[in-house]
Design a protein around this ligand. Structure first.
Ligand SMILES: *[C@@H]1O[C@H](CO)[C@@H](O)[C@H](O)[C@H]1NC(C)=O
Length: 167
């Protein structure tokens, strides 16, 4: 009987393991699929958007997270998304963005514009911009740990099942 809670916890854990195929196929329109419909990769938005709204006539949108969201991209920049971000979206173009900051050296700068140019994504902070390959944005980073926790999770998923039952 004393093992029951552990079993229940294990079942819940298994039940909630993400399926690699569930993410994009069974969901209705999300902020992520919306991005894709404007020709953007999902990875410019971290995981955890709980709601969004869009005025399709102007492209004005808001996206909402539960909390603000920070993470670093490995060997690269630190990013911060406020719990509400906004801007205007059109094909290949996000403009007048608010709520997204990048740390460059010791300064936090607002990312005001993101433009897709073929296989390049151009991030503009007003005074300057930087280009990144679109491949960097195929998956959404996770708040807190960016892509590092994602790798960790995959490893745990692949190797941890025997140790769950033996511990
Ligand atoms: C968007 O930003 C540009 C440049 O800062 C500004 O001129 C323009 O008025 C803004 N547009 C809207 C709709 O806020």
């Amino acid at each position: 009987m004393s093992r029951l809670p552990i079993l229940v916890a294990a079942c819940l854990f298994l039940y909630h393991l993400p399926s690699p195929f569930a993410a994009e196929t069974d969901s209705p329109t999300t902020a992520y699929s919306l991005l894709q419909s404007y020709n953007f990769p999902v990875g410019i938005l971290p995981k955890g958007v709980v709601a969004y709204d869009l005025d399709t006539s102007t492209g004005k949108f808001h996206a909402y997270f539960k909390d603000s969201c920070s993470f670093s991209l490995v060997g690269s920049y630190q990013l911060n998304y406020k719990s509400t971000i906004s801007g205007y979206i059109s094909e290949n173009k996000l403009t007048n963005l608010t709520g997204i900051k990048v740390k460059v050296l010791f300064l936090w700068l607002n990312i005001v514009e993101v433009i897709r140019n073929g296989d390049e994504m151009e991030f503009s902070v007003g005074i300057t911009s930087a280009n990144f390959g679109i491949k960097e944005f195929l998956a959404s980073p996770q708040c807190g740990c960016g892509f590092e926790c994602k790798e960790l999770k995959t490893e745990t998923y692949d190797t941890s099942l025997p140790s769950v039952s033996s511990s």
